[in-house]
Design a binder for this molecule. Structure first.
Ligand code: 5AD
Ligand code: SF4
Length: 477
């Protein structure tokens, strides 16, 4: 295994020079007669990973690669990985095994395949990757993928061992990436990365590092570029997005509410969302944004994780259930149309039947319109993984089934109540059936309708005719 460490320090100027040299490498690579020209990126996990994959694709396209329609055709295969729960890691190793077979088959045809792994699993398990999958050519943590051109150049020089870079660099990757262009009507825009909350079950502070925010003007410029390229809806991303504190041109720290007001001024931008928020960081100014900014969609993902105050304390969350419910009430008062979603963990160490019941009670109070729920998964290195009062798998499974059944009931009820109503839908892609388009409602539901493909990337009024738990269908009015 070769570990690469670019020499970086806190001098931005020096770091810019170093990465400039990487960009020079891009020119060299472009001029080389390299045969590897197609890439395939498989993305696991959260929206931040989807955004990161889009940016990695932009780097590769800058280097002269184009996207392959299948792994079989790709000269460079990249897995962007998620470490949040156990299953994802095991699935990665089994997928890598399959890719290695394809790599060997392609070798028989005289074609070379480079395999790379990026993202959170790399940060947590770099040695494991090198040991268990020695055919992996490179592995980059989530904060270093802007160094990809340099890594690819090294591979071209046939180092022949897995190159691993899991540094928490002094430079921000965002300063060195090619410009982000629009990916159609809806685009993600990362404004904040990392987390300082250290919930006792979560790996994010260890894999994505401490919290950093991008400067206001960088975000505004990227948003403007996206809108110029046809984006109508921007979803601002961050692991802890509402603790955003980016600097303005005068070096003054500004919060998410300020940024939302600035984005509201961009002509042509029709819809704004932000995710994921931390309840204790919802302040009055942000609540006012939901009152005053029409572009802010009436859907908010605000994870509570558990309804039990004992469990919330053991999770090291900075809110209890009544504080959470109070925030929801204040947001509802600001915009009565708001619908909420949440993440839930069942079977956290020490969770009793009464604790679990408290979670069900919160669901009955908030009546979520969508939700994500998980069995607690022991993540090595996190405080909760060594707590002695772990909950049996069987109990976790039963609780998850009960919780999901309740969540699904509320979701279906909300969707059914929309039947007969007219919603503005942003059409994003073609549907499964001929002549059908799929779009997104203000509440993040998928909606199918018969529609001319000229309506793609447009916001159109649609009357809802049918509703299931996962989608709506309707007709254009
Ligand atoms: N086990 C189960 N779920 C987890 N999450 C984070 N870490 C764990 C874990 N160890 C869930 C939380 C978080 C979401 C992204 O993933 O609910 O909000
Ligand atoms: Fe993980 Fe908690 Fe940070 Fe969310 S707030 S990323 S759950 S540590």
């Amino acid at each position: 295994m070769v570990k690469v460490q670019l020499k970086t320090d806190n001098s931005l100027e020096k770091n810019k020079k170093i990465v400039y040299r990487c960009h020079k490498l891009q020119d060299i690579l472009r001029n080389l007669k390299v045969e590897m020209k197609k890439y395939y990126i498989k993305t696991f996990g959260c929206q931040m990973n989807v955004y990161d994959s889009q940016r990695v694709a932009a780097i590769l396209e800058d280097l002269g690669f184009s996207s392959a329609s299948s792994i079989r055709q790709a000269d460079l295969v990249i897995f962007n990985t998620c470490h949040i729960r156990e299953k994802a890691t095991e699935k990665l190793f089994s997928d890598l095994g399959r890719i290695n077979l394809i790599k060997q088959e392609r070798e028989l045809e005289g074609k070379k395949t480079i395999i790379g792994v990026i993202g959170c699993v790399v940060q947590a398990e770099d040695e494991q990757i090198a040991k268990r999958a020695e055919y992996v050519d490179f592995a980059l943590g989530p904060l270093t993928y802007h160094r990809l051109p340099e890594i690819l150049a090294k591979i071209e020089r046939k180092i022949g061992e897995t190159i691993i870079d899991t540094e928490f660099p002094a430079e921000s990757k965002f300063d060195f990436l090619p410009n982000n262009s629009s990916n159609g009507g809806c685009s993600y825009l990362a404004i904040q990365e990392g987390c300082n909350n250290f919930c006792t079950y979560c790996v994010v502070p260890y894999t994505r590092g401490i919290e950093t925010s991008r400067p206001i003007e960088d975000v505004i410029k990227e948003a403007q570029r996206l809108v110029d390229g046809g984006t109508l809806e921007i979803n601002l991303l961050g692991q802890n997005v509402n603790s955003y504190h980016g600097e303005d041109v005068n070096g003054k720290e500004r919060n998410l509410a300020y940024l939302l007001n600035r984005l509201n001024e961009i002509d042509g931008l029709k819809r704004i969302r932000y995710t994921t928020s931390y309840p204790a960081d919802v302040n009055d100014e942000l609540i006012d944004c939901h009152r005053n900014i029409d572009k802010l969609m009436p859907y908010l993902h605000l994870p509570i994780q558990s309804g039990s105050d004992v469990i919330l304390k053991a999770m090291n969350r900075r809110h209890n259930s009544s504080q959470y419910l109070d925030i929801i009430a204040r947001l509802r008062e600001a915009n009565p149309k708001l619908g909420f979603s949440s993440d839930f963990i069942v079977g956290f160490p020490g969770e009793t039947d009464a604790d679990f019941q408290a979670t069900l009670d919160v669901v009955d109070k908030v009546k979520y319109i969508q939700a994500f729920s998980f069995k607690y998964s022991r993540r090595p290195g996190t405080p909760a993984s060594v707590m002695l009062n772990q909950v049996e798998e069987k109990v976790k499974k039963e609780r998850l089934a009960i919780l999901q059944s309740k969540l699904f009931d509320y979701q279906l009820k909300f969707n059914k109540e929309l039947v007969g109503k007219v919603l503005p839908v942003l059409f994003e892609s073609k549907g499964r059936h001929q002549g059908q388009l799929v779009g997104r409602t203000p509440y993040m539901q998928n909606l199918h309708a018969d529609a001319d493909k000229g309506l793609l990337n447009k916001i159109v009024n649609v009357k809802v005719n049918e509703a299931t738990m996962n989608s709506l269908s309707g007709e254009i009015v």
